[in-house]
Write a protein that binds this ligand. Structure first.
Ligand code: AHR
Length: 510
């Protein structure tokens, strides 16, 4: 039964912002089983690998066109000293990973291993530098080590460690969560440090860094404003200062089912109320992205400074029996719907929002893949990334909502249950649709104007229950299948969505 209706208009001949492929970015921290076991098994592992990196995980991520990978943290980044992770592995000093499980990190996965992982994935590296416990010189040297050719101290050292040519590193984080685990600073303190660190992370030999300042937590607009004011205090157009400081600022936003950090709720066993709280919480991403963009617009109306959401996703209680510091959680259809909603918001804000990184790629938080020994499971969230891959670097076409009665109203609050976004490239367009209604179907009617079009193919990700998830025993409990709910009626695309479902429709454009 269809009870919610959304009617929108889309002008396919009017181009909105380009949806950067980097909105589909990823994040891998030295946390739990993300790096070790998840990506890295070592050359001697019986698990099939290339130079120590597991082949199945690489293949799965290549299939969703992973555009970038952020590393080594997270909180870990601000206690990571990169020099400990280069050179012969058996000689690398170890350290304690105080944030995540208090385990000993042997640094066997370091800079060279990370860069090789990126090469295997075909992903662009996004390195998070250490501001919290590191020095300006240390960060400066790391950039030189990675990106400089010729006879410089750090490029010599890199060559001694087996790599002759410098790498290309496009993205560089100036610390992480400086308001919290990255140093417990005020916005004013961090803003000073950000310019200082950014100044000495140099562009070597044509490698142009896109430096990302560690921005606010959630909706801390004061933090954003403090950073933006510091740029405007330099005078002159923002674009002219491209190489003098940082080029973007980041924020983090996680979705929970409750405000109680000690009881975030189970990933798989949740009731209707927890579901509604989750979706209400997930919708906050819309207000938060727009809020930061508004502050940035006041100082930088041309949007030359990027907004980056370099940690997002669901955060539940860890799976029973697993290390609380390892943040291992299952992933259900609910997680997939949260991802569908986020991407519609990201697409709608693509003018300012230039990058987003889900936390995290393997075995941690809202992962793409879960590994169990030699086995690997694709999560429902993975399938959303796969079905939405066609939006990467496509032209967005804003959906003008004419009317919608698709809303959940209940004791916990109210939220829109139907959300959609549209993009196009050359001869095709991609429409994504999410029905967040836990129990009712919904119909989306989009008047598609400005181009000839026809429905080519459609897919749907759904399951009998919101709690459905994939396991080693049942890896395809939630997997996309062909969908016959999309049709053309006159000039409108009409899509009937079952309860709690995510769908994509590909159109051929004339
Ligand atoms: O993704 C897990 C942690 O969440 C990151 O290390 C930190 O940046 C954030 O608080």
């Amino acid at each position: 039964m269809s009870t919610g209706n959304l009617h929108g208009v889309v002008n396919l001949d009017v181009a909105g912002a380009t949806i950067s492929r980097h909105l589909y970015g990823h994040f891998a921290e030295h946390l739990g089983r993300c790096i070790y076991e998840g990506f890295w098994v070592g050359e001697d592992s019986p698990i099939q690998n290339t130079a120590g990196v597991r082949d199945d995980v690489v293949q799965a991520l290549k299939e969703i066109s992973i555009p970038n990978l952020r590393w080594p943290g997270g909180c870990f980044a601000d206690e990571y000293h990169w020099m400990n992770g280069v050179g012969p592995r058996e000689e690398r000093p170890s350290m304690v990973n105080t944030h995540w499980g208090d385990v000993v990190e042997d640094n066997s996965f370091g800079t060279h291993e990370f860069m090789q992982l990126c090469e295997l994935l075909g992903a662009e590296p996004y390195v998070s530098g250490n501001v919290g416990s590191g020095t300006v010189a240390e960060m400066s040297d790391w950039v030189e080590y990675l990106t400089r050719s010729g006879d410089a101290p750090m490029s010599r050292l890199r060559r001694e460690h087996g790599r002759t040519e410098p790498w290309k590193v496009p993205f560089w984080g100036i610390g992480n969560e400086a308001w919290g685990c990255g140093g417990n600073m005020t916005a004013e303190q961090y803003t000073q440090l950000a310019s200082q660190f950014a100044t000495y992370t140099r562009n070597h030999d044509g490698n142009e860094l896109y430096r990302v300042a560690a921005g606010p937590n959630k909706d801390d607009y004061h933090w954003t404003e403090t950073l933006m004011k510091s740029i405007s205090a330099l005078g002159g157009p923002v674009a002219d200062r491209k190489h003098n400081g940082w080029q973007a600022l980041s924020f983090h936003y996680y979705t929970h089912a409750s405000d109680d950090w000690q009881h975030k709720g189970s990933a798989t066993e949740f009731d209707a109320e927890e579901y509604h709280r989750t979706i209400l919480n997930a919708w906050r991403i819309d207000e938060i992205v727009r809020g930061h963009a508004r502050v940035m617009d006041a100082y930088d109306p041309e949007a030359t400074v990027g907004l980056v959401c370099d940690e997002w996703g669901t955060w539940w209680d860890v799976e029973p029996g697993t290390n609380p510091g390892f943040l291992f959680q299952q992933n259900t259809l609910r997680d997939a719907l949260v991802a569908g909603l986020h991407f519609d918001v990201f697409h709608a804000n693509a003018r300012r929002l230039v990058m987003a990184n889900i936390a995290q790629t393997v075995n941690v938080l809202q992962a793409m893949v879960l590994t169990d020994g030699a086995k690997m499971v694709l999560t429902p969230t993975y399938h959303v990334f796969a079905m939405n891959a066609g939006h990467q670097d496509a032209t967005s076409h804003p959906v003008q909502v004419v009317s919608s009665d698709a809303r959940y109203r209940g004791e916990v609050g109210e939220y829109a249950t139907l959300t959609t976004s549209v993009s196009s490239r050359e001869g095709s367009a991609l429409v994504s649709l999410t029905n967040l209604d836990a129990s009712n179907g919904g119909t989306v009617r989009l008047d598609l104007r400005g181009r000839d079009w026809q429905v080519a193919t459609a897919k749907i990700l759904a399951a009998p229950s919101l709690q459905a998830h994939n396991t080693v025993q049942d890896p395809s409990a939630v997997a996309p299948v062909a969908f016959d709910g999309a049709r053309r009626e006159g000039d409108a695309l009409v899509v009937d969505l079952p309860p709690h479902s995510f769908a994509t429709v590909e159109l051929t454009l004339g």
